[in-house]
Design a protein around this ligand. Structure first.
Ligand code: CTP
Ligand code: MG
Length: 241
């Protein structure tokens, strides 16, 4: 653990997990699909519970599976308070439902996709630490490695985009609680991430280094990569053997 992470247990983490997983193909809701025999959401919550900053976890589950998800996650939460609420029709509404269920106390809130099931606990702690150090909003990012081009409706290239100013954004994204609450209260159009809502408020969003292991499992190919990452994962601090 790094020296700047002295505090423990001052963060609430919201886990939107109510999506269908359409791009993964037919089957159970994505958060309940198996990776190495374990549901993605269980992987995600194990790793959150292993992050020293986390005090409470709030999951937005598929509405039909709220009770089953609570039972499934209780061991993974390793004694941390765990709240499970029904998610909404869009990611943003699922996050809003989870945010509304955060108990009094934590002034730092992280929002983490269940689909980033193998996110290392150290990344969770580093995002929390950046908020604790004074940033109102924090996103973990990776450089963009592909050449990026903009195209028109006919798939004809319009321009090559300068990728040096681009970043691929991951979760968990971290916020001062009042900032995230204001952003969601102000939300009009659907956004794919919470930092996007905060940007609309004119609040600065700070980047910290992300992790290749925090990839979002979206398509079947991502599951293949995730199987490999799982097999090569560093030893956990507290995960059961
Ligand atoms: N999510 C959610 N509620 C929704 C839609 C998405 O809580 N109504 C969650 C997903 O469960 C996931 C995260 O938001 O953990 C990121 O969404 P995404 O990767 O797009 O997952 P899905 O929406 O399930 O996948 P798809 O878009 O392929 O259907
Ligand atoms: Mg989706």
């Amino acid at each position: 653990m790094t020296a700047h992470l002295q505090q423990r247990g001052d963060v609430a983490v919201l886990v939107p997990a109510a999506g269908a997983g359409v791009r993964l193909g037919p089957g159970a809701p994505k958060a309940l699909r198996l990776l190495g025999g374990v549901p993605l959401l269980v992987h995600a919550v194990h790793r959150l519970a292993d992050a020293a900053s986390v005090a409470v976890i709030v999951v937005a589950a598929p509405p039909a599976d709220v009770d089953a998800v609570r039972d499934l996650l209780t061991p993974a939460a390793a004694g941390l308070p765990l709240i499970v609420v029904p998610g909404g029709a869009h990611r943003q509404t699922s996050v809003a439902a989870a945010l509304a269920a955060v108990p009094a106390g934590p002034q730092i809130v992280l929002v983490h996709d269940a689909a980033r099931a193998l996110t290392p606990p150290d990344l969770v702690d580093s995002v929390a630490a950046a908020v604790r150090a004074g940033a109102p909003a924090v996103v973990p990012v990776l450089p963009v490695v592909d050449t990026i081009k903009s195209v028109d409706a006919d798939e004809t290239v319009l321009a090559t985009v300068d990728r040096s100013t681009l970043r691929a954004v991951q979760t968990p994204q971290g916020f001062r609680r009042d900032v995230l609450a204001a952003a969601h209260a102000d939300a009009a159009d659907p956004h794919t991430d919470d930092a996007g809502l905060v940007e609309k408020l004119g609040v600065p969003v700070v980047c910290v280094p992300g992790s290749e292991r925090a990839l979002k499992i979206t398509r079947p190919f991502d599951l293949v990569i995730a199987e490999h990452l799982l097999a090569t994962e560093p030893a956990p601090r507290t995960l059961p053997s």
